[in-house]
Design a binder for this molecule. Structure first.
Ligand code: C5P
Length: 403
């Protein structure tokens, strides 16, 4: 597993109760090999002692923008240049709003504006504050600028409420930062992704299809390209623009999708089957439009489509193969069964019975399973989720290759 060896991590701590966990977070980051410097906001000092953070980080802790002594030692511009990664944990609703507005009225926000380092935030706050339209809008703005978001986890909160808003545990944050820090994790790797629905023609003007928007597959294509991969996107009909850096193969039917996949599969290292492929197609597409008749019933005969994912996994030298599973119940059980039955390396499952996530929505949450483990990626927008999944796939792909 990759580490943070040699990485300079600037930990920004803002005012929230989760700040009490940050001395442990510093220790976990240092255990991964990071050099850690801490910047505290004024309100963070109310929750955690600068002295404790200085002791565990073995570096001076910075708190003030306008402190002549601190500026003479390592000023805000030097700190901004020093950092490879800026991790803000916990990131309060207030600090998220200030970052999104581009304010520079304290040391931490000034450093963020002045730095080219990767910015990672771990929001932590009351669940109502997290779900507030303003906070969600600010987070969306930050993510669209390339800021990475870790968490929040859901559960019981310090205020007694239950919901999303908890800072992930220090060990989880440190592990996630390792994944995030490997920005070109797929450099030199060819990734093929299927996306969108398929259309199965009934006649020249009608077809069978489903509600897949293609958003998750396209987000994965973008995330894989950002991670340095050569990306081949085999897409059913959708109204999305493919990222410029991807090679797009547009198809309609499942059979066309299988052909397009098999055409290039020999050069593919990682295959991600994200398309909602129609399980069945009409036995034959009529040459002419099916005419309305006097009888009330029309019987269509369907035949099973090839399972593209299973075909890829069954190749003599298959790529690292990742499937998706949309389930409405027993998500873990069905996903693990599919992982084994289709001989996949990994499967990402979502519960499409949950409102507001999955099919045709902008957000999603995934439970990911592989042979010897599992993890869950909490609900967030599809691009953010895709970036996390791609980093996980990259790690498991490399582990698999080294076997
Ligand atoms: O078995 P089920 O359809 O639930 O499996 C879903 C997974 O299999 C998805 O990754 C989907 O892209 C893939 N699949 C496929 N070809 C099919 C049906 C599903 O590649 N004909």
């Amino acid at each position: 597993m990759a580490s943070l060896t040699g990485k300079k991590v600037l930990l920004g701590i803002t005012g929230g109760i989760a700040a009490y966990k940050t001395p442990d977070l510093v220790r976990k980051l240092k255990a991964k090999g990071a050099d850690v410097r801490v910047v505290l906001t004024a309100s963070a000092k109310e929750f955690v002692s600068p002295l404790a953070l200085q002791a565990v980080s073995a570096n001076p802790v910075s708190t003030d923008l306008l402190d002549p002594a601190a500026e003479a030692a390592m000023g805000h511009i030097e700190l901004a240049r020093w950092a490879d990664i800026i991790l803000i944990a916990p990131a309060s609703a207030n600090s998220i709003a200030r970052l999104s507005a581009g304010l520079a009225d304290d040391l931490l926000t000034t450093i963020c504006l002045a730095s080219q380092a990767e910015l990672v935030i771990a929001p932590a706050m009351n669940q109502q504050m997290y779900n507030a339209t303003a906070t969600q809008h600010n987070l969306q703005t930050l993510r669209s600028r390339g800021v990475r978001q870790l968490g929040p986890a859901a559960g019981e909160q310090a205020c007694g409420e239950v919901g999303p808003g908890r800072m992930p545990e220090p060990q989880e944050l440190a592990d996630a930062l390792v994944l995030q820090s490997d920005v070109k994790a797929l450099s030199g790797v060819c990734v093929m992704i299927t996306a969108g629905p398929t259309q199965e023609a009934l006649d020249p003007v009608r077809y069978l299809t489903n509600h897949s928007s293609g958003k998750m597959g396209y987000a994965l294509a973008q995330a894989a390209a950002e991670a340095g991969a050569q990306v081949i996107l085999v897409s059913g009909p959708v109204s999305l623009n493919a990222p410029d850096t991807c090679e797009l193969r547009s198809v309609y039917s499942a059979e066309q999708m299988l052909d397009a996949v098999m055409q290039d599969i020999s050069k593919v290292d990682i295959f991600i089957g994200c398309a909602a492929v129609s399980d069945y197609r009409p036995v034959a597409s009529e040459a002419h439009k099916i005419k309305k008749t006097e009888t009330d019933k029309l019987t269509l005969t369907l035949i099973k489509n090839p399972d593209i994912l299973a075909n890829v996994a069954a190749l003599p030298a298959p790529p690292f193969t990742v499937g998706f599973a949309a389930e409405t119940q027993k998500v873990k059980q069905y996903a693990q069964h599919k992982l084994a039955a289709k001989k996949l390396n990994m499967i990402a499952a979502n519960d499409v019975s949950e409102k507001g996530i999955g099919f045709n929505s902008d957000s999603n949450a995934l439970s990911v399973f592989w042979q010897k483990g599992e993890t869950s990626l909490p609900v967030t927008d599809k691009l953010n989720l895709a970036r996390q999944l791609v980093q996980l796939v990259a790690v498991k792909y490399k582990e698999n290759k080294e076997k």
